[in-house]
Structure formats: C-alpha cells, structure tokens
Write a protein that binds this ligand. Sequence first.
Ligand code: ADP
Length: 168
Amino acid sequence: MIEVIQTDITTLDVDAIVNAANTSLLGGGGVDGAIHRAAGPKLLAKCATLGGCKTGNAKITPGYNLSAKHVIHTVGPVWRGGGRGEPELLADCYRNSLQLAVENGLKTIAFPSISTGVYRFPIDRACRIATTTVKAFLADHDEIEKVTFVCFSNSDRAEYESALAEGN
Ligand code: ADP
C-alpha cells in the first residue's frame, strides 16, 4: 500500500523514516536538520561512527527520540542538469532504502521528497522516479506493508497524487 500525506516527517510513528542526508551523514539543513533536532544528539553521535554514505546508498540507525523506530539515511544526487546519472542515483536511493528496510524486518517506511529541496532535482521528474521505483519494489516484496510519501508543500502533494493516479 502506498499513501501520500502532507506533514512534518519527524512526527510519524512508523518503523522507519528516511532522511535525505548528505555524504558526511553529519547533519545539514532541510529535512536532515529537522530529523536530527527531533531525534536528539545520540543520532549525530551514531552517524559519526558510520563513515559517511555514498550518493544513492543508504544506512540505518535507531530513531532515538523520534516516534519512528529507525532512521534510514540516504544521499540523493545534486541536480546538475540530468546528464550525470541523477535519475538512476535517485532511483537507487529509494531501492536501497527499501532493501535495508526488508533486511531489518521493517514493514512501514516514510520517505521525504529526496533531492528536491537544496539539491534542486525537479519535482515532477523526482516524484515520478520515486513512485515508479517504489511500485516496482513493492511488486517484488510483500514484506513491506506501507510506504508513505511525505510532502511538505501543497504543490508537492499534488505532484505525487497525480503521479500515483496516472500509474507511472
Ligand atoms: P535535499 O538536500 O535532498 O534536496 P531537502 O531537505 O533540502 O533535501 O529537501 C527535501 C524535501 O524535504 C523538500 O521537499 C523539503 O521541503 C522537504 N522537507 C523539509 N523539511 C521537512 C520535514 N520536516 N518533513 C518532511 N519534509 C521536509
């Protein structure tokens, strides 16, 4: 099952929320900053032991003070016009995050709109990559019960709803 909601991802009570992190995993602005603020300082201490994360990959930590039990940190590509592998790397973020969820026995996972903030990936393209990649993964993995796309703005929510309704 896939749902779209408009809220602050740090408020969700799910098995894992996904963080749109940077390669250092040492915190940043946007959703990354919000997750670290809500999870508390133990999250940063844990992230500092992980040796960073490559673009497109994902790493898991506990959720600490969050309602979410875990945080899956993934690093989206910075948009540089689309010709530098950005679409494939963004799809990798969704696939690798879901794979990590399966490996850890997690059933409910919530994604922010990875790379579409400071990293400037166009929302229409990013949300189609997000929805197609998640749908394809779920078709092969019935262990995951619910994927939530968390939008921060009205216009992002409309993009996700229409991408899902179009079936692409
Ligand atoms: P990136 O660096 O991957 O582009 P950003 O954090 O800048 O990541 O933005 C990714 C998306 O997360 C944007 O749509 C932004 O509006 C959204 N966002 C920021 N804070 C939150 C939050 N607390 N909950 C959910 N989404 C958020």
